[in-house]
Design a protein around this ligand. Structure first.
Ligand SMILES: *Cc1c(COP(=O)(O)O)cnc(C)c1O
Length: 354
């Protein structure tokens, strides 16, 4: 039975990745040993880590441009403080576009001055603020490129010479942008890459070494770079699975190919939200996310019927986050367009049932 998995995170991964990851747990590369019972310093695992980091840079088109890729632990949430710990000397600017940005701001305030460049809190974060000023003296500007909970996404980057830092947890590897505009990118694996337990950090080395504070080893990017993500035991299973997903992405035409699939999926769902009078979208049209579509029923009396229909169609994970309500269809890279078609058909069919 095929389940249409719209979960926001942890979320869908390609079936073949699941299969290969499972196989490796039983027997890695025909070694007779499991991926999770061998040394992380073994040749097999060192190769896996190297492949995962080099595929990351290759897919983002950041090879030979002064960037390093790291697979760390602690989730995107640890990056909220680690970025500030390593990079915030005097003052940093944060764009507040939702719950994750708000959390990043809270953590950064422990280490220095933080200015909120703009916020969309006035409308429960249903849009992306634009036209704000950026003081050139800031240490960095922090953005959340895709707001997983509210279903908004930054489409145009602010023009500034201040180093840009981005939380791309839920839209990394989903569309082609000029990633070299960023000095640091981080993303928890469990939205578009792999299982939870590792965080990809892409970092331009020349931004380091500028803060005065002492940095504990586990929080020091420089140490993780020098140790090639093996300062301590890395999360071997999540890293391996990420490597498989990145490999799958590369074999399927990379970011350009997946972007065109993703925009077809997004158009399908948003067209239905706009044309079906029973539903309404949450996010401002021009800021809509191509990864998480948020919408609700105009009349809650149809909720029971719609939920039942979704269940019967094997649609899973479409409930909205508690701070928004309604529904959220997460349409990450691994979700096939056929699943979006099923959801759209159910939305259409609801009109015949009410
Ligand atoms: C899920 C998510 C996070 C939190 O990630 P953890 O790995 O659970 O810490 C942070 N930012 C964004 C944009 C997310 O979608």
């Amino acid at each position: 039975m095929k389940i249409h998995n719209f979960s926001a995170g942890p979320s869908i991964l390609p079936k073949e990745v699941m299969k290969k990851a499972s196989d490796a747990v039983l027997n890695l590369n025909n070694s007779g040993l499991s991926l999770i019972e061998i040394s992380h310093r073994s040749k097999d695992f060192v190769e896996i880590m190297n492949r995962a980091t080099s595929l990351s840079l290759e897919l983002l088109n950041l090879e030979n441009k002064g960037y390093k890729a790291l697979f760390l632990q602690g989730g995107a949430s640890l990056q909220f403080l680690m970025t500030a710990y390593n990079l915030l000397n005097n003052k940093a600017g944060y764009l507040n576009t939702g719950s994750w940005s708000t959390k990043a701001i809270k953590e950064a305030r422990l280490f220095g001055d933080v200015v909120e460049l703009a916020s969309s809190k006035d409308k429960n974060f249903n849009y992306i603020p634009k036209g704000y000023d950026i003081n050139p003296s800031l240490d960095y500007v922090h953005l959340t490129t895709n707001n997983t909970i509210f279903g908004t996404q930054i489409k145009t980057l602010p023009k500034t010479d201040v180093p840009l830092i981005a939380d791309m947890s839920s839209d990394i590897f989903s569309k082609s942008i000029d990633f070299s505009k960023f000095s640091l990118i981080y993303a928890g694996a469990q939205k578009n890459m792999g299982p939870s337990g590792t965080t990809l950090v892409i970092i331009k080395e020349d931004i380091l070494g500028k803060v005065n504070r002492v940095i504990p080893s586990m929080l020091d990017y420089k140490i993780h770079i020098d140790k090639e993500s093996m300062f301590n035991t890395p999360p071997v299973f999540p890293v391996y699975t990420c490597m498989l997903t990145l490999n799958w992405l590369k074999e399927n035409g990379g970011i350009t190919a997946i972007e065109s699939k993703n925009s077809k999926k997004a158009s399908l769902i948003y067209n239905e939200i706009d044309s079906n009078e029973l539903f309404e979208g949450f996010a401002a049209t021009e800021d809509r996310s191509s990864m998480n579509a948020t919408f609700s029923l105009r009349n809650l009396k149809h909720k029971e019927t719609f939920d039942k229909m979704c269940q019967n169609a094997n649609i899973s994970g479409v409930n909205g986050h508690r701070s928004v309500g309604g529904y959220r269809a997460s349409i990450y890279n691994a979700l096939d367009i056929s699943s979006v078609n099923v959801l759209v058909e159910v939305m259409k069919e609801l009109k015949n049932k009410v």
